[in-house]
Design a protein around this ligand. Structure first.
Ligand code: ATP
Ligand code: MG
Length: 437
């Protein structure tokens, strides 16, 4: 793409009402635009990044045989009355009436709807286990929407639901999801730590929040620093290995506010190993047994003949919040560097555009065409402004690789820079290698 042709409403001024750096950056480079309190439009650059995150989530969910589907945003109040959550949910739920006066709502989550779908079609243990997920907008009328898309009212979430015949089987589904989440975050180059969260009805540790450490996070985190040293690559996807992985993580103290207890912390974690800091919740997984299947009468025939309420878990990831979380982690000293896997472009070509230097732009166009042929998603900065203005702008856009064509480039070798490192002179083949590696 040519930069001059992209809808990229850059602003020079620091937005005054944006308190954290992800919110500031997203407004400055025009990734999002607020349309009303806590509700945002996603402009092309922001949308592109979010879609890449979504695709990584999708791939990893498919890898554990979760099946993608799509449920609507608008739901009937009836199923929520059946589960008992219609009143309980309170003011966070956006309630709507249709022209017939029927009570509807904009879904804040989907346990009821998925259970209703499931109960009407699955009748036997033979069809279990099942894992279903969708990636869809949610609405929660947060009391204090803030920090841009980090805590907003309309947000994009992946939510998955598992269905099993017994607690024991359900635990296996839970472990698979746990594993899938660690894979997702590792592809995003994020170190997300599973923290034991408030437990479900069967006790144990079967609820985890996945937290990324960041000063601007809203969660307080208390952990044994050894949990950060666990090498997740050593686990494979076999049942045994997955169980071991969850147990290994659970063996270290790591909790957020709701489960924090000072004397526990002090007895379980050596003073030198104690970490108490802030983090961003990017995912939450939960096993809740028959909490919804029972009231909603979602029963299946058991092997032994009797009917049992199906055992369920739910598993959320904040896809839109992850865009902000990635910026909080990767935007340092006013320089943004997207991880390759979600960068809006693979590489940007920055030629010196100057009346006395026609040649740089010609070379840039040639390289641009060549890279495009190789299916490399390349951005060419064809805007007429000086190099220092260009560099400042690209510090914010955050494409991790730059090809700079100006005084330093030679006949067949060009200045190549990975953001955060010194530039080097490389020929085109070497550059392609670097981008693809
Ligand atoms: P929080 O504790 O941040 O309010 P939650 O516990 O209500 O989140 P879940 O119901 O577990 O959230 O939702 C799953 C994921 O959806 C969260 O881990 C988070 O990443 C994302 N999410 C939840 N609420 C919001 C919001 N208001 N804005 C953006 N993302 C959100
Ligand atoms: Mg939560």
């Amino acid at each position: 793409m040519l930069l001059s042709k992209i809808f990229l409403p850059l602003t020079k001024d620091l937005p005054t009402d944006a308190k954290i750096k992800s919110h500031q950056l997203m407004l400055r480079v025009g990734m999002i635009k607020q349309s009303s309190a806590g509700i945002y439009s996603w402009l092309p650059l922001g949308f592109k990044v979010m879609k890449k995150i979504e695709n990584i989530v999708r791939q990893e969910q498919n890898n554990i045989s979760a099946q993608e589907m799509l449920m609507p945003t608008i739901q009937s109040a009836d199923i929520w009355k059946e589960s008992g959550r219609y009143n309980e949910y309170g003011d966070e739920m956006l309630r709507i009436k249709d022209r017939q006066g029927r009570e509807m709502l904009y879904g804040p989550t989907n346990e009821e709807l998925i259970t209703e779908i499931f109960r009407s079609s699955i009748k036997s243990y033979k069809s279990l286990p099942q894992m279903l997920y969708h990636i869809q907008w949610k609405f929660r009328d947060e009391v204090r929407p803030r920090f841009g898309i980090m805590r907003c009212r309309e947000f994009y979430m992946k939510d998955a639901y598992s269905f099993d015949i017994s607690d024991e089987e359900a635990k296996k589904s839970y472990n698979k999801m746990f594993y899938s989440y660690l894979k997702i975050f590792s592809k995003l180059k994020l170190k997300a730590i599973p923290m034991a969260a408030d437990t479900g009805p069967i006790g144990g540790e079967l609820s985890h929040e996945f937290i990324i450490l960041a000063d601007t996070g809203e969660s307080n985190v208390y952990a044994d620093k050894k949990i950060f040293e666990i090498n997740t690559n050593k686990y494979d996807s076999s049942e045994k290995s997955l169980e071991k992985m969850r147990n290994d993580f659970s063996s270290f103290y790591a909790v957020t506010d709701e489960k924090f207890n000072k004397s526990d912390f002090d007895t379980k974690v050596k003073k030198d190993d104690q970490i108490s800091t802030k983090g961003i919740e990017v995912g939450h997984i939960f096993y809740f047994g028959d909490k919804y299947s029972k009231p909603l009468n979602c029963l299946v025939d058991h092997q032994e003949g009797k009917k049992v309420a199906v055992k369920m878990g739910s598993y959320g990831i904040g896809v839109s919040r992850l865009v902000g979380a990635l910026i909080e982690v990767n935007f340092q000293n006013n320089v943004m560097k997207w991880p390759k896997s979600v960068s809006p472009y693979d590489v940007v070509i920055i030629p010196n555009i100057n009346k006395n230097d026609q040649k740089s732009f010609e070379i840039a166009i040639k390289i641009y065409k060549d890279l495009k042929k190789q299916k490399i998603d390349v951005l060419l900065d064809d805007v007429d402004e000086n190099m220092s203005a260009k560099f400042k702008k690209h510090d914010l856009i955050g494409v991790p690789y730059q090809i700079i064509i100006g005084s330093r480039s030679e006949e067949n070798r060009f200045e190549f820079k990975e953001v955060g490192e010194n530039s080097i002179l490389l020929n085109l083949e070497e550059i392609k290698e670097k981008i693809k590696n």
